[in-house]
Design a protein around this ligand. Structure first.
Ligand code: FES
Length: 136
């Protein structure tokens, strides 16, 4: 049965996927991921400003939010669900990375810098109140 699903998927992809690579492809897109958390309601405290590194960011998995600070004092927030196939993004350095298939997103606007994702991470409205970052 798995073979039929694999062949069917291979045909859909125009034969580009070798038989041996089909299994891992299906696993990588599998349903083992928990559904993403909902972005919190307005007024919810997300983090302290000191928790978000300049030129980097943090992933708040329980709140499905990525907070970034592209330049000192400039904070941005995005949904943490990758727009490619729905994994939660996995790391933030100079870009936001989803290790499921290698997509990368810009810290400043969530735009795609490396596929396979083609759509930006949706922005989450935030406000900074003193040293607290809250949803807006
Ligand atoms: S789900 Fe495929 S790169 Fe993120």
């Amino acid at each position: 049965m798995t073979v039929h699903a694999c062949l069917s998927r291979r045909h859909v992809l125009g034969g580009a996927v070798a038989f041996g690579a089909c299994g891992p492809l299906l696993v990588a897109c599998g349903a083992d991921e928990d559904p993403p958390a909902e972005v919190p309601d307005a007024g919810t405290q997300l983090a302290g400003t000191s928790e978000v590194p300049v030129g980097g960011g943090v992933i708040l998995k329980n709140q499905n939010v990525v907070l970034t600070q592209p330049t000192k004092g400039e904070f941005k927030a995005f949904e943490a669900t990758c727009t490619h196939a729905g994994c939660t993004v996995t790391s933030v350095s100079t870009t936001i990375t989803c290790s499921c298939h290698g997509s990368q997103f810009e810290l400043a606007d969530g735009s795609v810098t490396h596929g396979p994702a083609t759509a930006a991470l949706p922005a989450v409205k935030i406000t900074v109140d003193g040293t607290s970052i809250l949803t807006a």
